[in-house]
Design a protein around this ligand. Structure first.
Ligand SMILES: C[S@@+](CC[C@H](N)C(=O)[O-])C[C@H]1O[C@@H](n2cnc3c(N)ncnc32)[C@H](O)[C@@H]1O
Ligand SMILES: Nc1nc2[nH]cc(C(=O)O)c2c(=O)[nH]1
Ligand code: SF4
Ligand SMILES: [Mg+2]
Length: 243
């Protein structure tokens, strides 16, 4: 069984959209959003996937979503059928943190041979061995200090090392202010991440926020020879579930 996020109560968040971020920006894809996360970013745009009542580690705030309204369990066969009905050739699995459900995800992907598979991940969890061979691209978004997560949870050295040496892994750093660059450049240096595999993406959940941040973010990309990504889906649809 897989535990998915919902668009409305009981309705799993499986949808067709253009990949809005990073290396595959603009590619028509089917998205599957899984439930639960091991981190708690203070600006998370999908907090409904993890900020459940009772799930109150010290660094999580009091705002709680109802677990029964915001997740649904489905069989791998059911999820595969819903994906196939959207007739995609590309799948993006996101969350929450999708690598927390590695074995079930591996069973799902085994039912979908021939699809190009991207995983959106915070980069703290090792892919299950049964899953890893079925994935074509990892969109790895390590969380900087401004996310509010304790560094020892958000930045796992052996994981960062593994992603840096995996050519399938593309890094996507969320930037809230220009001073965040010191931490990005430190990580890029420490783990010898090729600049060609580093994207900077503005923090923002509205077109106005992105427009304001993208101005100076573009300049930072130029200054440091790193790649820029927008968040296309926010411009097209706003901060809406299932888009
Ligand atoms: C919701 S996360 C799910 C996958 C995984 N947990 C992760 O963080 O990579 C999907 C992407 O959205 C980004 N994201 C979440 N909230 C954001 C925000 N307010 N502004 C910009 N990017 C955000 C994350 O950094 C990640 O790249
Ligand atoms: N269109 C669209 N593109 C995306 N790329 C990454 C997303 C995510 O939430 O992981 C996302 C999303 O939610 N929608
Ligand atoms: S790691 Fe991803 S899903 Fe988890 S809180 Fe951060 S942005 Fe949200
Ligand atoms: Mg998103």
């Amino acid at each position: 069984m897989l535990t998915l996020a919902t668009t409305t109560p009981g309705e799993p968040e499986i949808f067709a959209s253009l990949q809005g971020e990073g290396l595959s920006l603009g590619r028509p894809s089917t998205f599957v959003r899984l439930s639960r996360c091991n981190l708690a970013c203070q600006w998370c745009d999908t907090a409904y996937t993890w900020r459940f009542e009772g799930d109150n580690r010290p660094h999580r705030d009091a705002l709680a979503f109802d677990r029964t309204q915001n997740q649904v369990a489905l069989s791998e066969e059911d999820v595969a059928a819903r994906i196939t009905a959207l007739s995609p050739d590309r799948l993006v699995v996101t969350g929450g943190e999708p690598l927390l459900q590695g074995p079930a995800l591996a069973r799902l992907l085994a039912l979908l041979p021939g699809m190009h598979v991207e995983i959106e991940t915070n980069g703290t969890v090792a892919p299950h061995p049964a899953l890893d061979g079925l994935v074509h691209q990892y969109n790895v978004s390590p969380k900087l200090a401004h996310s509010g997560n304790p560094a020892d949870l958000a930045l796992v050295p052996e994981r960062l090392q593994a992603w840096a040496t995996d050519p399938r892994a593309v890094f996507k750093f969320v930037i809230a202010q220009a001073t965040d660059m010191a931490q990005v450049l430190g990580l890029q240096h420490d783990y010898a991440i090729p600049a060609d595999r580093v994207f900077l993406m503005a923090e923002g959940r509205t077109p106005a926020e992105l427009a304001a941040h993208n101005r100076w973010l573009a300049q930072l990309c130029l200054d440091h020879g790193l790649r820029f990504t927008d968040r296309l889906h926010i411009h097209l649809y706003g901060d809406t579930r299932g888009t």
